[in-house]
Design a protein around this ligand. Structure first.
Ligand SMILES: C[S@@+](CC[C@H](N)C(=O)[O-])C[C@H]1O[C@@H](n2cnc3c(N)ncnc32)[C@H](O)[C@@H]1O
Length: 269
């Protein structure tokens, strides 16, 4: 393993998301796929009031934030640590004639300071002690939380989101499911590789994957259920509910081609 190919860290993932093919992939999704039925159903269930002040982490090219705007949600602050994607999100909002969405360039693991730099209109008007406890809820959709390498870093992001949400706020995020029966044989082989030290040396933890396809490089941690529940508790969140996407809605072929089934988790502060 040479220096250029050291352990995967946040900088690796950020560079991968800023790479041209990846930017195109998420920009196309934002333009042509939009909100999934499952996302909308769950967001409407936990945030029935469209005046809810929502913070979207890992917004990419604006697929969810712009979709929610068209569903009537007007107090959305969305951020991503890949500047190229934030630029695409801003362009998409402009193209849709949206002026009230706040997009920020920020890292979920160092959130509070970054948010303090730009107060959205509602925070200025409400004179609230932004960003601490300023939000009614947080979203980290399409597995973005699991693209943070290192369990402690994922917990830090969950703590940061907890810190900027008010008591009683809901947090919705998604993950893949390492215990999916169809993948158990593959994970057993991967466990054997870790036991003999033959895993990809760039990975940090069992459950990590790093692969390359036509959309670029992807880092993804696949957790088991126990791990997600423990991390929620460590970050101050209480587990409310979890369901797979297939249980929540029947998605269009376009959505299913774009992305695998995943598990939606809902937690409360
Ligand atoms: C799978 S993409 C999803 C993008 C968008 N939410 C969507 O559904 O199209 C995950 C996103 O999380 C972002 N991300 C990963 N780690 C992050 C971090 N530490 N802070 C902020 N954004 C992060 C990536 O840059 C990427 O845009």
């Amino acid at each position: 393993m040479n220096q250029a190919e050291g352990r995967i860290d946040g900088a690796t993932v950020r560079a991968d998301f800023n790479a041209i093919n990846t930017v195109l992939h998420y920009t196309r999704a934002a333009h042509f796929i939009g909100l999934w039925k499952s996302e909308l159903a769950l967001i409407r269930q936990y945030f029935p009031d469209p005046a809810a002040r929502l913070l979207e982490a890992g917004c990419g090219a604006g697929r969810v934030a712009v979709g929610l705007w068209h569903q009537g949600y007007r107090h959305i602050t969305a951020f991503d640590f890949a500047s190229e994607l934030v630029e695409q999100a801003e362009n998409l909002a402009k193209e849709h004639g949206i002026t009230g969405l706040t997009f920020l360039h920020a890292d979920a693991t160092e959130l509070v300071g970054a948010l303090a730099l730009k107060r959205p209109v509602w925070a200025v008007a409400g004179n609230c002690s932004y960003p601490e406890q300023a939000f009614d809820g947080a979203l980290f959709m399409f597995n973005g939380l699991m693209q943070i390498p290192g369990r402690e870093n994922r917990r830090t992001a969950m703590r940061e989101l907890h810190r900027v949400c008010r008591p009683g706020a809901s947090f919705i995020f998604t993950t893949h499911d390492r215990e999916d029966p169809k993948d158990l044989a593959e994970w057993a082989k991967e466990a054997a590789r870790w036991a003999s030290g033959e895993q990809n040396p760039r990975l940090l933890e069992f459950g990590d994957r790093y692969f390359t396809d036509e959309t670029g490089n992807t880092f993804m941690h696949l957790p088991d259920r126990r791990e997600v529940l423990e991390d929620m508790v460590a970050a101050g969140w209480t587990h409310v509910h979890d369901r797979t996407r297939n249980e929540l809605a029947s998605e269009t072929p376009k959505v299913r081609n774009f992305s695998d089934n995943c598990r939606f988790w809902v937690a409360r502060k």
